[in-house]
Design a protein around this ligand. Structure first.
Ligand code: MRU
Length: 365
């Protein structure tokens, strides 16, 4: 993604200082702040506090965390301790566990003396693979957008709606749900994106910021507006991301996604999910019953966070003092409400047959 003429990934390795650098997303869209992640505690805090966020980016960050752990102490015991320490930071997005499992499986057979270098190489590989996966999701999603554009009078924009930020910031580059948008924009297809605000953390503001940097026309809307827009024929297609998709195609994503899928279904609007293969959890089938849903601090709901007049991040209380707040961070959209899954290998039905046809090498019995 280009920010004011410079191409950035959302994290990168600083080889001079031997440290990971990230964009501190808590400050966006107000300030573009880059910070180092230098200790294991920094890694855990960055993920839990959502300085980095989004399933693929959490996974890549965790891989660099494992590389740091191996540089500090490459023993089996420390590898297991790092796995546990990082894995417990956020429970829903499967990419975190996927990356940690992949690192542990690759590093365990190596002599301790080789593990630090191998872990860093693997973290770079995971980051690079994420970029390529998302680029391909973009190409496959572009084909769907082209089909919609072809049915419209020339020059009329394809109207998309997205929820949360499944963008460049949520991945290493391109984004998942935004990648088809960026590809369509670059291909000259007129677009307009409805961007859900996504309370309580307002990840929609990140999406609006990204789309603005890429020149994609968009409108920032409240979370409750989507159903109304769909009823009035103002949405051609919904594209969201996913934090964990089950083997039968149930999609767990940011809280509120399910309501968008219901509204889309009721109004005959295609509802697509951009799905990188590391986000498939082949071990679970029924997403509602089996996926752990992160419950975050209630203060994220009773208060609203933003940049205060003094130029610092702060909160304003909106609920009455003492009100109990509830903050489930994700929900599950059953596969019957999902029109299709846009993966790096193509678009498939949200079903066990659809996924295992595309990924026979990953599908387990
Ligand atoms: O709580 P967050 O901001 O990490 O949640 C992010 C999402 O729900 C995204 O839609 C999902 O991780 C897909 S990111 C490509």
């Amino acid at each position: 993604m280009k920010i004011d003429g410079t191409h950035y990934r959302s994290l990168w390795w600083n080889s001079e200082n031997h440290v990971l650098e990230i964009i501190d997303q808590r400050w966006l869209p107000h300030e573009f702040r880059v910070i180092p992640v230098a200790t294991m505690q920094d890694f855990a805090d960055a993920i839990y506090q959502m300085r980095v966020r989004g399933a693929p980016l959490i996974g890549a960050t965790a891989a660099y965390g494992m590389a740091l752990a191996m540089a500090e102490d490459a023993s089996d015991a420390n590898m297991d301790a790092a796995w546990t320490f990082l894995e417990k930071t956020r429970p829903t997005a499967i990419n975190l566990r996927w990356a940690l499992d992949r690192c542990r499986a690759a590093l365990r057979p190596l002599p301790e003396a080789d593990r630090a270098a191998a872990a860093l190489t693997l973290a770079h590989e995971i980051a690079d693979e994420d970029v390529e996966i998302n680029r391909r999701i973009g190409e496959n999603g572009l084909a769907l957008i082209r089909e919609i554009a072809a049915r419209k009078p020339a020059g009329e924009p394809v109207r998309l709606l997205t929820h949360c930020n499944a963008g460049w910031l949520a991945t290493v580059d391109w984004g998942t749900a935004t990648s088809p948008m960026y590809h369509a924009q670059d291909a000259g297809i007129p677009l307009h994106v409805w961007v859900d605000e996504t309370r309580p953390r307002n990840q929609g503001a990140l999406t609006a910021w990204e789309l603005g940097k890429h020149g994609v026309p968009h409108t920032y809307i409240t979370d409750n507006a989507g159903g109304h827009l769909m009823q009035h024929g103002m949405v051609d297609m919904v594209i969201t991301g996913t934090d964990r998709t089950t083997r039968r195609g149930d999609v767990c994503n940011k809280i509120g996604t399910y309501l968008k899928a219901l509204a889309a279904h009721d109004n005959g609007v295609p509802f697509y999910v951009a799905l990188p293969s590391p986000t498939i959890d082949w071990t679970v089938s029924d997403g509602v019953a089996e996926i752990p849903i992160e419950e975050r601090d209630a203060q994220e709901v009773t208060h609203v966070q933003g940049l205060t007049d003094g130029g610092v991040l702060g909160t304003v209380q909106v609920a009455p003092t003492g009100t109990e707040g509830g903050n489930p961070a994700f929900d599950v959209t059953p596969n019957r409400l999902v029109t299709g899954l846009i993966t790096e290998r193509g678009v498939c039905d949200a079903s066990e047959a659809g996924l295992s046809d595309l990924f026979p090498d990953f599908a387990k019995a």
